[in-house]
Ligand binder design. Sequence first.
Ligand SMILES: [Zn+2]
Length: 175
Amino acid sequence: MSATSEDETHLMYLHLALDEARKCVPSPTAFCVGAVLTVRQPGECNAAVLSTGYSRELPGNTHAEANALAKARQLTSAELQQIMPYAASHTTIDDALSQADIYTTMEPCSVRTSGLAPCADAVISARIRRCFIGVGEPDDFVRCEGAEKLKAAGVEVIWLSGLEKECLEVARAGR
Ligand SMILES: [Zn+2]
């Protein structure tokens, strides 16, 4: 079965997420993950990138998905208007996020011991529509139930195939 152009588009954003993951400072105790938030452009097959994030990009032991969400929330209304020129001028970042998809190189985490909210919870509370995942989280550190948690909350979860090995290799760069 050959990949449709839509599959290729999703893989393109996963490649962007991988580029983010490669920016991580490797850690022996945590994965290197990258994430990209996109919003659909009406009438176009490509989406616009709202923000990106990677593990430990923001201060603290922060995660890629949470960082992408935090960076999206830091956009000014002028920046948001530039990313979504078709959107009504009163569109807020919360509106934008509720139409957004997230691409992540690894399944969003479901448990955090650091006191920060798990990424699955952050994705759910932002009301993200769909979560595209490069590879499941191996149980190097904890057992991950992120995908199950997202699905239970009504977020569509899509496992992309083809870049699992690459996503895992980048994730384990510090190990
Ligand atoms: Zn996380």
